[in-house]
Design a protein around this ligand. Structure first.
Ligand code: ACO
Length: 336
């Protein structure tokens, strides 16, 4: 009998500091009105300096394990764009801090699609019998790579972490992931990029004034990213729905990557799905990249928008460029 990865726990964490649109308007040429109307975002959380992605990941991981009713896992997959260090990966340290002794642990880099890629990777390991119980985490501290002088990106991103536990189970059970659709187009890599800090351009030195060079910050071409995000998320969602044998109208909740409420509505329109099926929490947390899907799931559970038996479609688009989707029937779980 084939084995499926079944969602059995969900936990999230955002750092306590809330940054409002008004606060950003005091230090850069922007306004609450512009940010709200162009993106839907009203506030986000930013970690205090010194807090790293791994710190948020440990908090979310702990809560997901508690939600799953057991502290056990034999695999940790961590999706992030903002690892604690270029080397080594952040996942082994997070696993150790969670008391998961000698488990397989690695990072996945697919930017905002990272969580879907990480779930696919963990589901593959479970299906192949490599793992029985996987902790899948999406965690980010974008505040560490945002250029304070770039209003086009600084207003969009927030910090946070979300995690799920996937266990080996039956494909017919509620919570079983019903497959994945994944893709990429590397010819568009420059649309979303941190130019320096890798092997192509090792970390740039600070200039004479000690200022951090612009190439070490995150850069995004917003307009084309918007266009590609809509097209790719819609196509990937369609492919996933075909795989699951679901009509778009039969989907109860669409949990898309929380980049921009206009993108989420455009994808729903292209799929022929009512806009009110779309889960939106970006208004309160901004775009948290690899953490955005689990944060949106937990928010929907807390708000009573996601209940056992619901048909749920997940889809994301991010740097690379990359995209991915999965689907499941929502199980009985208590999110933490
Ligand atoms: N405040 C005020 N004005 C601004 C701001 C700001 N924060 N940012 C840009 N503007 C100005 C621009 O300078 C421009 O002015 P101009 O017309 O005088 O040139 C004007 O507003 C319009 O700018 P656009 O970039 O055309 O605005 P747009 O409506 O495209 O919105 C946005 C920009 C929000 C970034 C949008 O393009 C977007 O959401 N893109 C997609 C982002 C995304 O999906 N990311 C997901 C993947 S991210 C990842 O993988 C990490």
């Amino acid at each position: 009998m084939s084995r499926a990865a079944v969602l059995t726990g969900l936990g999230t964490y955002v750092p306590p500091r809330v940054v409002t649109n008004d606060e950003l308007s005091r230090t850069m040429d922007t306004s609450d009105e512009w940010i709200r109307s162009r993106t839907g975002i009203t506030r986000r959380h930013w970690a205090e300096p010194g807090t790293a992605t791994g710190d948020l990941a440990v908090e979310a991981g702990e809560r997901a394990l508690k939600s799953a009713g057991s502290g056990d896992a034999d695999l940790v997959v961590l999706a992030t764009t903002t690892p604690d260090h270029p080397c080594p990966a952040t996942a082994p340290d997070v696993a150790a801090r969670l008391g998961l002794d000698a488990v397989a642990a690695y990072d996945i880099g697919a930017v905002c699609s990272g969580f879907i890629y990480a779930m696919a990777s963990a589901a593959g390991a479970i299906a192949a019998g490599i793992a029985e119980r996987a902790l899948v985490i999406g965690a980010e501290t974008y505040s560490t790579i945002l250029n304070p002088e770039d209003r086009t990106t600084s207003v969009i991103f927030g910090d946070g972490a979300g995690a799920v536990v996937l266990r080996a189970g039956d494909p017919a059970e509620p919570g079983a992931l019903l497959g994945h659709d994944l893709g990429s187009d590397g010819s568009l890599k420059d649309l979303i990029i941190v130019p320096a800090g890798g092997s192509r351009r090792p970390s740039a030195a600070a200039d004479a004034s000690g200022a951090r060079p612009a190439e070490t910050y995150f850069h995004m071409e917003g307009k084309p990213v918007f266009r590609h995000a809509v097209t790719r998320m819609a196509a990937s969602s369609r492919a996933m729905l075909d795989r699951a044998g679901w009509d778009p109208e039969s989907v109860d909740r669409f949990v898309g990557h929380q980049a921009n409420v206009r993108i989420l509505h455009a994808v729903a329109d292209q799929l022929g799905m009512a806009r009110d099926r779309t889960v939106v929490n970006l208004d309160r947390v901004g775009n948290t990249s690899a953490a955005s899907i689990p944060l949106a799931l937990a928010d929907a559970v807390a708000g009573g928008l996601l209940t056992p038996g619901d048909r749920v479609l997940l889809s994301a688009f991010g740097g690379g460029v990359t995209w991915g989707s999965t689907a499941l029937v929502w199980p009985e779980i208590v999110a933490d």
